[in-house]
Design a protein around this ligand. Sequence first.
Ligand SMILES: C[S@@+](CC[C@H](N)C(=O)[O-])C[C@H]1O[C@@H](n2cnc3c(N)ncnc32)[C@H](O)[C@@H]1O
Length: 295
Amino acid sequence: MAGWMNSPTTIQKASPSRAPLPKAAPQAPYPLPTSSRGVERRRLDDMHHGIARYLKRLTHASIDRPSRILELGSGTGAWSVEAATTFPSAQVIAADMSPLPETLSKPSNLSHTRMNFLDPFPFTPGSFDVVHMRFVMIHLPKPETYIARLASLLRPGGWLLLEDVNHTLLDANRPVGPGVQALYHGYNKHMHKQGVDPNVGAKLKTMLEASKKFSEVNERVVPCYMNPNSTTDPDLQDLGEILKYSIDGVYTGIMDKVGLSGGITPQILRAWRKEVEDPERDLRIDMHLTWSRKA
Ligand SMILES: C[S@@+](CC[C@H](N)C(=O)[O-])C[C@H]1O[C@@H](n2cnc3c(N)ncnc32)[C@H](O)[C@@H]1O
């Protein structure tokens, strides 16, 4: 798509978004730092550009002249900026509990709204051609209840683009080692305590089909390899590397934020790192990209 590959998020001064955060927002069990600053911003932007380089498109959905696009969980704004650039005649709304980065160069057809997805959506039902949500379902309690809510925002024929990582490391050749097992034991325990599902990625397609809100449900599973020798595709090698340091940052962040109650200790993290860097292993983590057309 035009503009997709060659337009990384440019950094320049712009008006900050200062709308107050809705009252209920602190109840959201989101464990990560605000997405508009520092290391977290870099992590999300790197993931965005790694995915973009590999896919070479904004989405697999055949979106035809959309007039309204909504991104829920816009983070650093990278996807929303790309959508606004790719579809200059569409109005793109980026929604998140965090503001967009103050330095983001915002196309004129992109606006931002601060909201908490646990609250009712402040949008007119049936008013969007496209709704995109990436790496957010994993942070929402009872994710299956969101499918009907998201579908209600779309016009008939509109596209829901739901994308998430499945936080389970798989080894093509043998059982995963004790470091990986211990890391995921702790991580899953922490996530379940928050009432969220770290393995929602692999369930998206089934949840979308079960909702009966869509005339078609499509999925592409992208294997993100921890060992660059597992693939000869340089873009997939890069994506695996980016995902590896990105999820390492997530696990370290949870350990730093909630301490031992999160179930992840420095020793567990070290053992996990040793295994994911082991050249003899063929570890991967799957990213699930879905695109579904509203009936
Ligand atoms: C892991 S980031 C992903 C950001 C972006 N979609 C991307 O792919 O880079 C998750 C985003 O969802 C937002 N978020 C999580 N839970 C939320 C909630 N309950 N209400 C509003 N935003 C939420 C966070 O602030 C964060 O920006």
